[in-house]
Design a protein around this ligand. Structure first.
Ligand code: G3P
Length: 214
């Protein structure tokens, strides 16, 4: 499984986000690879209508219909066509009790959860909330040039032991098919990445290469 997190990269917002999501869909169809995207809330409804691959939100709040100005309502994310949501990304950290409540709300309405953790131990501590996936990403490697699989392969093996391969995604610095292959060989189910695709001159070529590592 490959999930590209569009974050707020200019190349991955608005019209450009739609175009980039369509490239992901193309590559998924051409290769048969399980490729998904995670987009900012503002682009969610539009992208969900334009592509058939799973689209994730980058965050939800554990709120219900009613008051709650400015929060992201899980039902609206679901009704916009999202398959799931990332939670607790390193760039959007949550207090433990907020994370627990957010996972609960996501489960109530059938949103898949990808919960981020900064270490294998932190990821394992989230197992009690039973998220669908736990993505371990060493924060110091996020957005950098060196993949977690090259720089800290032992983290992936350790995370696979603590979390189990079925739920484990890894990320940070993942850029090519070799990185993806190594992550999977070390015990991950898939990867969560961003800049390798969002900053690429030719995202389709990068995605084809990434998919070859699955
Ligand atoms: O959510 C994915 C992410 O934090 C990794 O980012 O740019 O290192 O692939 P990047």
């Amino acid at each position: 499984m490959i999930i590209t997190n569009f974050k707020l990269y200019e190349s991955a917002t608005g019209d450009k986000a739609v175009a980039l999501a369509k490239i992901h869909e193309e590559v998924a169809k051409e290769t048969g690879a399980n490729i998904q995207v995670s987009v900012q809330a503002i682009d969610l409804a539009r992208i969900s209508q334009e592509v058939s691959i799973p689209v994730f939100a980058q965050h939800i709040d554990p709120v219900n219909f009613g008051s709650g100005t400015g929060h992201i309502l899980p039902e609206s994310v679901k009704n916009s066509g999202a398959a799931g949501t990332i939670l607790n990304h390193s760039e959007r950290r949550l207090k433990r009790e907020v994370l627990e409540a957010s996972i609960k709300r996501a489960k109530e309405i059938g949103l898949t959860t990808v919960v981020c953790a900064e270490s294998p131990e932190e990821g394992a501590s989230f197992l009690e909330f039973d998220p669908d996936f736990i993505a371990v990403e060493p924060p110091e490697l996020i957005g950098g040039d060196i993949s977690v699989s090259t720089s800290q392969p032992e983290i992936i093996e350790h995370a696979a032991k603590l979390i189990g391969s079925e739920k484990l995604l890894v990320g940070a610095g993942v850029k090519n098919g070799v990185d993806v292959k190594t992550c999977i060989e070390l015990g991950a189910k898939g990867v969560l990445l961003a800049s390798g695709v969002t900053k690429a001159e030719d995202p389709k070529a990068v995605l084809l290469d990434l998919a070859s590592g699955l």
